[in-house]
Design a protein around this ligand. Structure first.
Ligand code: ZN
Length: 528
């Protein structure tokens, strides 16, 4: 853990620094946000009214919200701030809003904070033109960009429910988290739309989308509506491309556990990412619509996030692989289910090559605590290597324990937060195996086995003599399979050099290493 000195009127003991460097005040817990946002077509100014319900676990004099302040005509400026209906003292500097009411907050109490603010968002709410030249507004908060337009505790460990009240010119449709509870035309040519998310989520996935949309109900999974929201100009192609989401939700719902939210909208948008998994309204890049159904894997990845990342959320940014690695692996599992095991193995091989190449330039572990710019957590280690760790865990503990483990992990940490140890503990519990070494070498340490494998055939003994040399500095502990003839033999490797012999009547023409693609390694086999 890295310590940072904080000079505040609060005592340092009130803060716990996570492995990442967000100064989370654990005595303050946001329970609910209500954001009213007024949008217009004349300029990019937004008028915001936030109502924030905060619970205090201890007596608290003052507390801090994230909100980017205004500089050079952009950013947010506060015009009014009330605590429990009374105007309160605050400072708003260095993108931190510090609130200090006359009477302090009492342990065990809840307070409503009202904030009126306005400004042009520097980021977070992307106001621009879509590919058809139409004006659009899309929230794109990941990882910590929500604070550009929303006063909030902008860290994945503080989850809250959210209600959106969006007032915008009436030609626009508005999508938000949760369920739509109101849509009313106002006298001034605007429309008011309310969306309410009654399940707690983190700010990284709390967004609205405002555009001209064509909207279809693509199907139902149990009582959950799966909708497609696309630009009207590519309405038919968009509905066609997003339709497989219904089957994907059905697959995960039966495979992992109940879908966590109240609906799922798949939304064509201006997100900077290929897809952004916002809770119950996933935003896809506008290029995702082609009419050729080329994004099934993207749909499978973002939809898996509703369970992993959104519902079970990493408590610290450094554990982002619990979000990206697990969803990348569930995408492979969806491929295995829909296209067969060979297609899954091809995908795993491609990822393995990427991991090996990435490691040469970035010799870091998956949980890499040096990172302070969290967007850099989105890398090959977090996605592909995290996914590969899942694949190896499945091989190690077996399919039954693996799938039961993920169902247990989901149910135990649903709508909550988790760290890597929480996953490890669940997997140990369901498998009865000790997994410290496994998680330590694959998640907390860098690298992978770099192997020199040689073999020879002993004619008199009728055996294949195999030798495995680990060339990398830190030794790994793993099982490796060999296909000799039509048999698969497994060798457990712990030391620098491992020798093994197999009985075989005839000289094999070829020995295939890791024939079913279960091991993250690089290396060659030579022999005769
Ligand atoms: Zn993802």
């Amino acid at each position: 853990m890295k310590k940072i000195l904080l000079i505040l009127i609060l005592t340092a003991s009130q803060f716990t620094l996570l492995a990442d460097n967000y100064p989370r005040n654990w005595n303050v817990d946001v329970k609910h946000y209500r954001f009213q946002i007024l949008l217009n077509d004349a300029n990019d100014q937004i008028e915001g009214k936030a109502l924030i319900v905060v619970y205090f676990k201890e007596n608290t004099i003052s507390f801090v919200l994230d909100l980017v302040n205004s500089t050079d005509g952009k950013g947010m400026k506060i015009s009014l701030l009330k605590v429990k209906g009374m105007e309160a003292e605050y400072t708003h500097e260095n993108n931190k809003l510090t609130i200090t009411p006359k009477t302090s907050f009492i342990k065990g109490s809840t307070a409503e904070i009202e904030i009126e603010y306005s400004g042009v968002p520097i980021d977070g709410l992307v106001i621009s033109e879509n590919k058809y030249g139409e004006r659009t507004f899309f929230g794109d908060n990941y990882p910590t960009r929500g604070r550009n337009w929303l006063p909030c505790v902008d860290h994945p460990s503080d989850k809250a429910t959210v209600e959106w009240v969006v007032i915008a010119p009436e030609k626009y449709s508005v999508v938000g988290n949760g369920l739509k509870t109101e849509e009313s035309l106002l006298d001034d040519g605007n429309k008011l739309t309310r969306w309410k998310q009654s399940i707690s989520i983190s700010t990284k996935i709390m967004v609205i989308g405002v555009a001209r949309f064509a909207v279809e109900r693509s199907g139902m999974v149990k009582n959950i509506a799966i909708e497609s929201w696309v630009y009207p100009q590519n309405r038919e192609d968009g509905f066609y491309d997003y339709f497989p989401a219904v089957e994907i939700v059905r697959f995960y719902d039966s495979f992992i556990g109940e879908y966590p939210y109240e609906k799922l909208a798949n939304v064509q948008s201006k997100t900077r990412y290929g897809g952004m998994e916002n809770a119950s309204n996933i935003f896809y890049s506008e290029g995702s619509v082609t009419g050729k159904r080329t994004i099934n894997n993207l749909l499978a990845h973002e939809i898996a996030h509703q369970w992993f990342g959104n519902s079970v959320t990493e408590k610290s940014w450094h554990h982002a692989w619990l979000s990206e690695g697990i969803t990348s692996y569930y995408t492979h599992l969806y491929v295995e289910y829909s296209k067969g095991v060979d297609a899954k193995r091809e995908g795993m091989k491609k990822d393995r090559t990427n991991i090996i190449n990435y490691y040469k330039k970035n010799p870091h572990p998956i949980v890499y605590t040096e990172v302070t710019d969290y967007i850099k957590m989105l890398n090959t280690n977090t996605y592909q290597k995290g996914s590969w760790v899942m694949n190896m865990l499945r091989r190690k503990i077996g399919d039954d324990a693996f799938y039961t483990g993920f169902r247990t992990y989901y149910n135990r940490f649903r709508d909550d937060n988790a760290l890597t140890d929480d996953l490890k503990n669940v997997m140990e519990e369901v498998s009865g195996e000790e997994l410290d070494v496994f998680f330590d070498q694959w998640v907390y340490k860098e690298g992978h086995p770099e192997l020199d494998i040689t073999w020879s055939y002993n004619k008199s003994k009728k055996t294949v003599e195999l030798s495995i040399l680990q060339k990398q500095e830190m030794l790994f502990n793993f099982d490796i399979d060999f296909k000799i003839g039509d048999q698969i033999q497994t060798v457990s490797v712990e030391s620098k050099k491992t020798s093994f012999s197999f009985d075989t009547e005839v000289l094999p023409s070829e020995i295939i290493v890791d024939p079913e693609t279960w091991l993250l390694y690089e290396g060659t086999i030579t022999g005769k």
